[in-house]
Every structure is written in structure tokens, then in C-alpha cells.
Design a protein around this ligand. Structure first.
Ligand code: PLP
Length: 395
């Protein structure tokens, strides 16, 4: 049977048919005016989704990891110090990437399940009287634990410390699904990927770069070639790319933004918040809890569900894939086995999420976890029924 279930991993996400069709296009000359007609609306749309004022959008044929690398190599020099909190697999990987590039990372170790610690960031910046810290790195939505960090709070902490460091934000699993305000939060580089909130296949790193980061680019000495913003911006000025762009994905990006704006960004964010709340109600009905330590930290795009003692979250993920053909996310790093993750971002409706929750319950019953079939589904359905937005997706 070749029917396809929706996926419930926190990216790549389900691809709407309209986006799939937009990506599937005949070859066109990327040095022709036809490419500019695709590219310009995509760039303008990214500016709106990120909430940018000034600066530049850079769209690289890469993934989120390439976006991290592009952010640091274009703005920093060997031996520069950056400040970062480590509280999950993705914040860890960005730190590791910086270290491998010869940066000195001042790490604030933070328990997994917590977010970026605003007070500790402020204290570290206040202590840096010599101004050695060139950038603060923040993971907006830690996909491993389902934790959202307070980026506005980090900006306030930076201002309170009177520190001039740049603020780089990983929004790979939040942008396009949760509110993001690059200008309002004073973000200098925002990193997104095509395969999450934008509902595209993987293959694009999408960055917003502030004027301050562009000024830092001029003096930055870390090596870069493929990811060099300067080449990119020179080529953009002529309407093109320094190399062959991922034309189909860029066409899909323009379509994605059209779809997000047709629904309305606020409505998109509200839909994600509702879907997430329904999932959390199901989790509570199962007698379990999210890995995120408190309600203010709950992610609207992914819930890492802490499994009962003696149970292994990876068993559920394996069984769901093998028996029911449904994908959930495994626990990563420190929380491997201790959680399983339900991705609830991108092209999803109440009804689709209920199917995912029912599948998780069937697996729990199969595994003898003592969860009553229908308990979580009923709690989520009760919530969705009471807060439904009529046909939001079909509008
Ligand atoms: N940052 C976050 C928060 C992520 O969730 C991911 C991937 O899941 C990445 C970065 C890495 O992105 P990619 O896998 O597209 O390289």
C-alpha cells in the first residue's frame, strides 16, 4: 500500500500539495530575468515573516546547520568569544560548530528542559567589561526538549548590561510557526530552514541579517567561500546568485509565504498554539508531562513527552513507524529514551493531530504502558472542539 500518513516529527514537516507543485517546475536559466521574478517575492516575503527592518535576507542552498555556519563565519574572526547557553541537542551543536571554527565559547550550562537563562546571560555580559564577547547565540526553540526561549528577554538583558555584542538567533524550528520579531527583538542574525515552518523539503538555509551584522562582515576573518555573504550580496544586486541556486525550492518558498500570508501570520501562530495546547492536554490525560519545565517554556511546534519510569520513548517511535507507518521524533542526547517527541508544526489540522495522538495511544497500549485508549484523544478533542477556528486551513 502506498498511502502516506502525515508525519509528526518536528521537521521536515508535511508538504502541502500547492508547495510540492510549485517546486516541481521546468528548468529555467537562473541568470535570466525569469529567476528574479521568482526570487524577489521570496526575499520580500522572508522579510515580512522575520519582521525585519533594514538589513538583508540571504538564502543559501543548505540547511539550518549551514545557516549557523554562515552566521558565524561571516561576522566573526578566529579567537573571538561568543556567549551561549547549552540546554539541548541543537544549542549544543551550534556551540560545537563554533568551537570547531576556532571561536572561544563561553558556555552557560543549563538543565535540559529549561530555556536560555536570561539573568545568567545578563550577568555574563556585565562581567565582560573588556567587551570580549562579540555575539550572544540563542536557540529560540530547542527542538530536542520542546522549549521556547525568551528572545525579547535576552535583548532586554543585553541592553541592561549595556553590552554591544550581536544577537544571533536559531529560529529553525520556530520561524513561520511561532511569532518572531527580528527588528523588535534587535536580532542581528536569524537562522531558519526550509523544512519546518515553511513546509518545504530541506535544502535552504534562510537568514535575516541586520545592518550591524553586515558591518561586522567587512572585518570578519573566519574563512568562508560558499557561504560568503559578500559574494551573495554582489550577485543579488545583479538579480542573481554567485552559483547555481536551488530554483525549485525558491519557487516553493514564494508559494509557502503566499500560503502563510493567505492564512495570516497571526492565524498561523494561533493555529500552532492551539494544536500544541491540544497535544499538551493529551499528554496530561496520559499522566505524563512535557520535558519543558514550566508553561512559559512550552514550545508551540514540538512537545517532548517524558515517558513513565521503566518505559523507553524510542520503543514507541520504532513501533509507530513499523506497525502504523507514523513518524514521531526520538529523544536526542541526554533525553534519549526518556522522551518521545510529537512535532505539531507546518501543514497540520486538529483532525490530523488527533490521528497522531491516537497512534501514540495505540503504541502505548501495545507496549503495556497502562494508558487507556482514547484518553488523550478525548482531552485534545474536547479542547479543539471548544476552540475551533472554522476551516482556517481551507480558507
Ligand atoms: N536548529 C534547530 C533548532 C533544529 O531543530 C535543527 C534541526 O532540526 C537545526 C538547527 C539543524 O538544522 P538542519 O537539520 O536543517 O541542518
Amino acid at each position: 500500500m502506498s498511502f502516506q500518513n502525515p508525519v509528526f516529527i518536528p521537521g521536515p514537516t508535511n508538504i502541502p500539495e500547492a508547495i510540492r507543485k510549485a517546486c516541481d517546475m521546468p528548468t529555467l536559466d537562473h541568470r535570466s530575468a525569469a529567476f528574479g521574478k521568482l526570487f524577489r517575492p521570496a526575499v520580500a516575503g522572508v522579510r515580512r515573516v522575520l519582521g525585519m527592518e533594514g538589513g538583508e535576507v540571504i538564502i543559501l542552498p543548505s540547511t539550518g546547520t549551514g545557516g549557523w555556519e554562515a552566521a558565524i563565519t561571516n561576522t566573526l574572526s578566529p579567537g573571538d568569544r561568543v556567549l551561549a547557553a547549552r540546554f539541548g541537542m541543537f544549542s549544543h551543536r551550534w556551540i560545537d560548530l563554533c568551537q570547531r571554527h576556532g571561536l572561544e565559547v563561553e558556555i552557560i550550562e543549563t538543565p535540559w528542559g529549561q530555556g536560555a537563562p536570561v539573568a545568567a546571560i545578563e550577568a555574563a555580559l556585565k562581567a565582560d567589561t573588556a567587551g570580549r564577547i562579540k555575539a550572544v547565540l540563542a536557540t529560540h526553540n530547542e527542538t530536542a526538549t520542546g522549549v521556547r526561549s525568551d528572545i525579547a528577554g535576552i535583548r532586554r538583558a543585553m541592553d541592561a548590561a549595556g553590552h554591544g555584542a550581536m544577537l544571533f538567533v536559531d529560529g529553525v524550528s520556530s520561524i513561520g510557526s511561532m511569532p518572531f520579531d527580528m527588528a523588535g527583538w534587535g536580532v542581528d542574525i536569524a537562522v531558519a530552514g526550509s523544512q519546518k515552518g515553511f513546509m518545504l523539503p530541506a535544502g535552504l538555509a534562510i537568514l535575516g541579517v541586520s545592518d550591524k551584522a553586515l558591518a561586522a562582515m567587512e572585518g570578519a576573518r573566519l574563512p568562508r567561500t560558499f557561504f560568503d555573504f559578500r559574494d551573495m550580496l554582489r550577485s543579488y544586486a545583479g538579480g542573481g546568485y554567485p552559483y547555481t541556486p536551488a530554483v525549485g525550492l525558491i519557487a516553493g518558498l514564494a508559494k509557502s509565504i503566499e500560503m502563510l500570508e493567505e492564512e495570516g501570520l497571526e492565524a498561523v501562530y494561533a493555529r500552532h498554539a492551539r494544536l500544541a495546547e491540544g497535544v499538551r492536554r493529551a499528554v496530561a490525560a496520559w499522566g505524563m508531562r512535557p520535558c519543558a519545565a514550566s508553561a512559559d517554556l512550552y514550545s508551540e511546534t514540538v512537545t517532548a513527552v517524558v515517558v513513565p519510569p521503566g518505559c523507553n520513548g524510542t520503543d514507541l517511535v520504532k513501533l509507530a513507524a513499523e506497525k502504523y507507518g507514523v513518524a514521531f521524533g526520538v529523544g536526542l542526547g541526554e533525553v534519549a529514551g526518556k522522551v518521545f517527541r510529537i512535532g505539531h508544526l507546518g501543514m497540520l489540522t486538529d483532525v490530523m493531530v488527533l490521528g497522531g495522538l491516537a497512534t501514540a495511544e495505540m503504541c502505548m497500549a501495545d507496549l503495556g504502558w497502562g494508558v487507556r485508549l482514547g484518553s488523550g484523544v478525548a482531552a485534545a478533542a474536547e479542547f479543539y472542539r471548544g476552540s475551533a477556528v472554522p476551516m482556517a486551513m481551507a480558507a
